[in-house]
Design a protein around this ligand. Structure first.
Ligand code: PLP
Length: 455
């Protein structure tokens, strides 16, 4: 009930109003008005506090986005100053200092001739923009049939109509419609799914052949783009086999199929580089999408970065046509200032180098979890990791995921269960000691769950 002195709601009121009036992303529809989300009160560094004052390590780093950690005064100051100087102006007809500087910075960071930055409101709208760009280009080139997007099972690209259409996670579209004429899916690339005795090299050959066969079947003249996350993050931190990126990129080039690298998670330091496409996987895509770590989650912003080569094929001085794509909040000056401050902090604190330095320890602690029988697989790269349970049935998997989640929460670590998987992408500022703190909790939680399950 409302506090009679202050007239402020108490935690029970807030939970009640949330349940009654707020619809959350991915809400369980059999539990309408029944769900009970943790109420997060405050945050600092890599830690969150709930309404009761209990502290948690933020294992997933928000939603894979909180690179510089929480509670940065200099970020608050930069945002506040921009709000007072200029909170908004139309991106249709005006430009601002923050957006011009940020566009230049991103163009400098992106590989090759990816020099053209279209600002969006997040990852989904960046993916939408990328696919619309492909369509625009092929319409302009008189190839109206070259529109199909090849995507992959387990890929996640967002929740707008187009982005969800190219998302390859079945569960995510169970009762929503998608534009299925526009997309074809390649089978799972996860090396963990290879057959007994099959080498990783052979698995890679098979996955590359999947793409070649798909192109042969659908016809390159009908395929506009291939969209791929360098690492399939929401799908369970799936790292495709070595050599896969380069080989698939070459095939796309050979067929004039644009390569869209969805770096919404891998961009801005997660793997120790501004972007992973070129520096980690050796490819220069035609389009890169990014969001999340761009502002470390302080404010919403995404970007679709387009190559000069693609732009040149879209423009023509004699063809007056508009790139009629955009959002009221494209290039929002306050969001752009937050991104600039975020980049400045990453640079000043050497966070890219820091990630490269602590990642081997993070990955070694992750690999050590294989000793638990209930762990089926562990995988990761940089400051990204996932543990997958060894349960064989969906019910068993759900139970294991829920039990691990509960045990970790009890011990002060947030994990983000994806059925039977727990994923990790902590803030990039995490120290070696904090990495140990996180994995020590995880080991204790796994021990406890293993004991409970065998009892
Ligand atoms: N692309 C990838 C690879 C993502 O992981 C996500 C979100 O998790 C998105 C796109 C969608 O981004 P947003 O939720 O900001 O729209």
């Amino acid at each position: 009930a409302l506090d009679t002195q202050t007239n402020q709601p108490d935690t029970a009121d807030l939970h009640d109003w949330d349940r009654t009036h707020q619809l959350h992303p991915w809400a369980a529809m059999d539990d309408w008005r029944g769900y009970d989300h943790m109420m997060v009160d405050s945050a600092k560094g890599i830690y969150l506090w709930d309404a009761s004052g209990k502290r948690f390590i933020d294992g997933p780093g928000g939603m894979w986005c909180v690179q510089i950690g929480y509670g940065r005064q200099e970020m608050a100051d930069a945002i506040a100053a921009q709000v007072m100087t200029l909170p908004y102006t139309s991106p249709w007809t005006t430009v601002t200092e923050p957006s011009a500087i940020l566009a230049k910075k991103i163009a400098d960071m992106a590989p090759g001739d990816l020099n053209n930055v279209f600002f969006t409101t997040g990852g989904s709208t960046a993916v939408d923009t990328a696919i619309r760009t492909v369509h625009f280009m092929n319409n302009r080139l008189g190839r109206p049939d070259k529109k199909i997007v090849i995507a992959r099972e387990k890929g996640y690209h967002g929740s707008t109509y187009l982005a969800s259409s190219v998302t390859g996670k079945e569960r995510d579209k169970s009762r929503f419609d998608v534009e299925s004429r526009l997309v074809r899916f390649l089978p799972d690339v996860n090396p963990y799914r290879r057959r007994d005795g099959q080498s990783v090299q052979d698995w890679c050959d098979e996955k590359v052949a999947d793409l070649e066969n798909m192109i042969a079947e659908v016809g390159a003249e009908n395929i506009g783009a291939f969209i791929a996350e360098p690492i399939l993050c929401s799908g369970g931190v799936i790292v495709p086999p070595e050599g896969y990126h380069k080989r698939t990129h070459e095939i796309c080039r050979a067929h004039d199929i644009l390569y869209i690298s969805d770096e919404v998670v891998t961009g801005f330091g997660r793997l120790g580089h501004w972007f992973a496409s070129q520096e980690v996987f050796g490819i220069t895509p035609d389009i890169i999408t990014c969001a999340k770590g761009l502002t470390s989650g302080y404010l919403p912003l995404g970007a679709c970065i387009i190559s000069d080569a693609v732009m040149e094929r879209m423009t023509d001085p004699d063809d007056s046509v508009l790139f009629a794509n955009g959002y009221t909040y494209s290039a929002h000056p306050v969001c752009c200032i937050a991104a600039l401050k975020n980049i400045e902090i990453i640079e000043n604190e050497g966070l890219l180098e820091h990630v490269r330095e602590v990642a081997p320890h993070f990955q070694a602690r992750l690999q050590a979890l294989r000793k638990f029988d209930i762990v089926g697989d562990v995988r990761g790269m940089g400051l990204l990791g996932c543990i997958e349970g060894s349960a064989r049935t969906l019910a068993g998997e759900r139970r294991l995921g829920a039990m691990l989640d509960e045990a970790c929460e009890e011990m002060g670590l947030l994990v983000r269960p994806l059925i039977n998987m727990a994923v990790f992408s902590p803030p990039l500022i995490i120290t070696r000691a904090e990495i140990d703190e996180m994995f020590d909790i995880l080991e204790r939680a796994l021990e406890q769950v293993q004991a409970q399950l065998s009892a």
